[in-house]
Write a protein of this length. Sequence first.
Length: 344
Amino acid sequence: MDIDAGEALVEAIKPLARSTRRPGAIGGLGGFGALFDLRAAGYRDPILVAGTDGVGTKLKLAIGAGIHDGIGVDLVAMCVNDLVVQGAEPLFFLDYFASGKLDVATGRAVVAGIAKGCREAGCALVGGETAEMPGLYAGKDYDLAGFAVGAVERDRVLTGAKVAAGDVVLGLAASGGHANGFSLVRRIIERAGLALDERAPFAPGQKLGAALLTPTRIYVKSCLAALKAGGVRALAHITGGGLIENPPRVFGDRLAARIDMGAWTVPPVFRWLKDTGGVAPREMARTFNCGIGMIAIVAAPRAGAIAKIFRGKGETVFEIGRMIPRAKDGAGVILEGLEGAWRG
């Protein structure tokens, strides 16, 4: 282990961590553990919500393209977007960075992205672990994991229990592929015979690697604002499993979401992946977000007002469907216009 490199990285990221400070965070980097004061954060009867995640094989693209700053945003996003769907405000974040040989510049770029993601989510970067393991990682390879803890007042936990037939389904636009399905993405790139520094066929003026590495959108502040206004009955983060498997996780087996795939335009990157990879439309919808990164199920009378709140926080919002009673042995999501959604 290069102890000097490790110490250099810690010194380099201390200002980044300080830039994420928020009420409740105590102390800085360097201790054996991080402290957080829930009372100072404004909570009276909180439930803690915790989550952990990574960014999967999107890391391989980041390493191959030499673009490391956005992958840290992805890491934070995959964790904090999972917290907010339960009504929780992310409070603090920790990261795990492991490599075969520590490169300070790469490590700092990754942590700079993590700090940016934490600022976007309003949570504090309170610590982490940097591991150098030459027997496990080769060359420039590295791995990342993230850990987030949030809180929600006991009487405001979002369970989806109030979702009812007739509720409106709002879709919040994604920024790209986010951090799911990249093993398939990499196979399609290989099949197309493209290099990451070549022009992106679906994004004029961008290189393929940079276009595919667009960071995951963080929906925390917009979702918290909508929750505060009232009328949001459930939120679903569209990650692995896509539009088919994620929504039923928040409303159970008595209802179904009828989603109109024509309510938004599927972004060019997904049409390119489908056509180049020969992927069936339903498999695309089960693997990727297809342009919708977060779903909000809202009471119908409040749909317009909630959509306005989301837009006021910078989201692109589509009314994409309705909740209906589920047929016996029926699917939890019914995708209408699935075949036609892929025409440019």
